[in-house]
Design a protein around this ligand. Sequence first.
Ligand code: FAD
Length: 339
Amino acid sequence: MVKPGKIDVLIIGSGPAGVATSLTLSARGIKHLLVEAQKEPQRKPGEALPPNAKPLFRQLGIDHLMEHPAHLPYYGNQSTWKDAALQTEDFIRDVHGHGFLLDRLLFEEQLHELVQAPFYKGYSLRSVSSHEKGVEAVVESSHDTLHLKAPYIVDATGRKASVCRHLGITPTVLDEWFGLWFYVDGKAPKQIFVESTDKGWWYAAPFGQEQITMMFFTRKESIPAKAAIPGFLHQQFRAATQLSKTFSIPDLNTAEVQIRPSGTACLDQPYGSNWLAVGDAAYAYDPISSFGITSALAGGYYAGHALADTLQGNSDALEVYRYVMENGFIGYLNKLSNL
Ligand SMILES: Cc1cc2nc3c(=O)[nH]c(=O)nc-3n(C[C@H](O)[C@H](O)[C@H](O)COP(=O)(O)OP(=O)(O)OC[C@H]3O[C@@H](n4cnc5c(N)ncnc54)[C@H](O)[C@@H]3O)c2cc1C
């Protein structure tokens, strides 16, 4: 690990948002470091990248990552809502061609390999204090405690928004949806399948050549006690008449099903005098939008430039960052309300 000298920006969290911020700061020659709670990337839910993510990938210089054969082409969507006929959206007419169904763990490993800054893996944020000249963050691993200082700190900790919470800022949760997530063996067409039931909606997509990612999204109050979750999922699967014609799910045990918050949340303002939030920490999207990864990468790109501009004396740059990200989020909310 490269030892940091004087640092201008601390980035906490190294998912897509944290890494995109780091790549942009490196390109702008800004001294920074990354802190990540996990020693190695973990398997996360979320793999669908729509075709319109491609220009952003080129802009960030990460388009070559998609050449790995483990990232599958994504040719379109099939969906059915409330017994309506099955709708097909084929990307064959999309100006950008197909999208990608990521091997998400591999993608995060690939992103980490691109980081050029000092990278503290296995260190969790314990506290943040803000003072006139910047921030001090205390981060801790199993064997070490570090006191890190810089003029700016970036919250890239995902939905936890840990930096913000340490600073007393809490995201507003707009809806309390959760994803019940598991894998089944089998082959599936390289597209996403979505079907609603009375309690929520199913998502199914191929994961590699031999597995299928299955998720059922539902409101908090619909999730039964842990032991009853497999039965609940089987019942909802049978209720999804199209999905159950195409896929099958085996007997599940509770340990195979992971539960992840997946509702919509946002901060009132994504920056303050010496902090900035990016990705899910600032604006968390409902997974049905497939905006999350692209928005986290785009947020990191714009956040990196906004911080570099601010450090070079442009006092409007963070407000412009807010304008761009907030309007993207408002556009998404308008789209949802018109569904
Ligand atoms: C069930 C589900 C399905 C989804 N499906 C899709 C999809 O198909 N397509 C799509 O585009 N998006 C999808 N998403 C959303 C997408 O996964 C997120 O939007 C994306 O991961 C956000 O990236 P991020 O970098 O902001 O946060 P994250 O990817 O969550 O990364 C945050 C990082 O911060 C680290 N961290 C957290 N706390 C601390 C701490 N205190 N100290 C140090 N490090 C810390 C974490 O370990 C993590 O590595 C889905 C989400 C869910 C829940």
